[in-house]
Design a binder for this molecule. Sequence first.
Ligand code: H79
Length: 445
Amino acid sequence: QEISLKYGADRLGKRHDDSMRKFRDNRLGAFIHWGLYAIPGGEWNGKVYNGAAEWLKSWAKVPADEWLKLMDQWNPEKFNAKAWAKMAKKMGVKYVKITTKHHEGFCLWPSKYSQYTVAQTPYKKDILGELIKAYNDEGIDVHFYFSVMDWSHPDYRYDIKSKEDEAAFNRFLEFTDNQLKELATRYPTVKDFWFDGTWDASIKKNGWWTAHVEQMLKDMLPGVTINSRLRADDYGKRHFDSNGHLMGDYESGYERRLPDPVKDVKVTRWDWEACMTVPENQWGYHKDWSISYVKTPLEVLERIVHAVSMGGNMVVNFGPQADGDFRHEEKELADAIGKWMQEYGECIYGCDYAGWDKQSWGYYTRKGKDVYMVVFNPPYSKLLVVKTPKGTKVTKAVLLDGKDIGVKETARNEYNVNMPAKAPAGPFVIKLQIEEDASVTDKYR
Ligand code: H79
């Protein structure tokens, strides 16, 4: 028996409208974390902090007024929105999520509700406006990251413990509504809002407000998509309401981690989007990437495929430098991913969970009647084992250029797919042609 909720899920199951379908079919996105934290790049008063660079204000216990003085140094001379958009296009991302405002409170757009915006810096210009235009001109969707928690605002509260807290936080929520309405009005081509900084008790005690924000944005921007992280229900339960139903349009809890391909197949029942950093945990620019492991392009690629194989999206993070350029590691990564997507993107865009048992050579994805094998770990036997669900037969195995590579049935619902004669140097893709509901008599008893 379900309990009655005023601010729980407003829908059961996936959305199937065009905007949601586009969100899902995009599959690969880039995250941009850009704010004042790019200037110190993880170092404060001569000390380098190993924690996430965008949290430096917190690690180094810098008071807000002192932190916000970094605005005097915000002058990204190499910033070129068109170059950023070209880089994203070349990487093969279909959308970019931009930090409009991170926890520090600095706004990448000239908000009339805050003094802490690009307009009050030497650079002066509307960064967000330049970016949304440049990305849209390349056919790339723009999503807005927005942190509700705001370290620059005197009315923000972590919890509500007095009448004063309540009054202050209500003013803060009104301020936040105003900023969100401002974003939706100024940038009407925005496709998605991705909320962060929503874990505090103050917000969990105001679940009504999270439901209100989602409705407000949906009324203003038909089709807009909203992540689950915004929401808290009547009891402060987040992401999934007290009845276990997903709130918002897609689950957004997979941050720097992914669902297990065998144990967590339940995630295929809803839409979800994961995001990842390239170093262990740096979203904003950190000057020293040697302090943690840095993933190779192949490791990033495997995570992208892993997400899509389970019906999710993957967003790869970039932390641009204060001068407006990208570090060489990120440029090289974008190039490497782009090259692979150019050749094999067919198994990513518009693809979904295939519903077949995971095999050790890699991952399946699926688009309609095409099942893709994305091979990351070719076996010594040079034979790729495929096990199909009951009633599904594999009739042919081809490379993406159409070349037949051969498949042999080895047992009921089991096949060996050949490796290509000339083994590719990296992860590659085989497309399977299948017959479903093959109720035909078979030779196995
Ligand atoms: O923007 C990036 C990160 O800065 C931000 N989300 C990504 C996309 C993020 N970092 N950490 N978190 C979100 C979750 C933070 C949780 C914690 Fe805490 C904050 C752990 C310790 C401080 C809040 C307070 C939760 C536990 C204590």
